[in-house]
Design a protein around this ligand. Structure first.
Ligand code: ADP
Ligand code: MG
Length: 235
């Protein structure tokens, strides 16, 4: 996967997802189709329960749809085996979550190095890459801070540095500003904007905040598991 701008990166066609909870059937996605090109910055909006996280989990290869197609760079994801999916999750996609998900009692550096440990990168290179990633999010001066010594906004920036450390071509961020104050939220969005503009990383961001969505280039609006609106915010 590369960062070629404007080539088709993601295409989903008639995606559905049904959760079965005993007798209860929850239809989370009811036929969702859209395309994401390399270099896009897409905001997915919609009220709570409209299926945004369900869609992100499928795009991130963390879950499978009930029906429909998901093509990642032209490859049908349902045809990939566990090993190939794990490779995509580790190397191609960076994840950022609402709750930061950093390890406690661990420094910023160690948190960022974690994805590199899984791929057996030698210590020196690990340190260098983690430092570069932390510098990209403006936290070079916080590398030895433990998780609890960082503000919420800083923790989220460490999480972004961790998502970046394997040089992904896509970042998936599910409500990344949902647990930080508005000033930190704006700083986080400026980082995403820079990664998109300068590094050509494709960004898919879930938010219910209109101000946050304005940082994106395109927007799709969800309601009850369906896309009800598509908008180009800027080119
Ligand atoms: P959003 O992220 O837009 O708030 P979700 O994708 O989390 O929405 O949820 C969409 C719908 O699917 C909701 O009605 C939710 O209760 C249901 N849902 C989500 N995850 C599960 C699950 N693992 N099992 C059962 N139902 C789920
Ligand atoms: Mg959600």
């Amino acid at each position: 996967m590369d960062n070629r701008v404007n080539s088709e990166l993601i295409r989903v066609e008639s995606l559905t997802k049904i959760y079965h909870l005993g007798e209860v059937k929850v239809v989370a996605l009811r036929g969702v189709s859209f395309e994401v090109k390399g270099g896009d910055f897409l905001a997915i909006m919609g009220p709570s329960g409209s299926g945004k996280s369900t869609l992100m989990n499928i795009i991130g290869c963390l879950d499978r749809p009930t029906s429909g197609q998901y093509l990642l760079e032209g490859t049908e994801v349902s045809k990939l085996d566990k090993k190939q999916l794990a490779y995509i999750r580790n190397k191609k996609i960076g994840f950022v979550f609402q709750m930061f998900n950093l390890l406690p009692r661990t420094t910023a550096m160690e948190n960022v190095e974690l994805p590199l440990l899984y791929s057996n990168v030698p210590t020196k290179k690990r340190n260098r890459l983690a430092e570069e990633s932390l510098a990209l999010v403006g936290l070079a001066g916080r590398k030895m801070h433990y998780t609890h010594q960082l503000s919420g906004g800083e923790q989220q920036r460490v999480a972004i540095a961790r998502a970046l450390v394997n040089n992904p071509s896509i970042i998936l961020a599910d409500e990344p500003t949902g647990n930080v104050d508005s000033q930190s939220g704006a700083e986080i969005m400026e980082i995403f904007e820079k990664l998109n503009n300068e590094k050509k990383i494709t960004i898919i961001l879930v938010t219910h905040d209109l101000e946050i969505s304005k940082f994106a280039k395109k927007m799709i609006l969800f309601r009850d598991g369906e896309i009800v609106k598509r908008e180009i915010i800027k080119d």
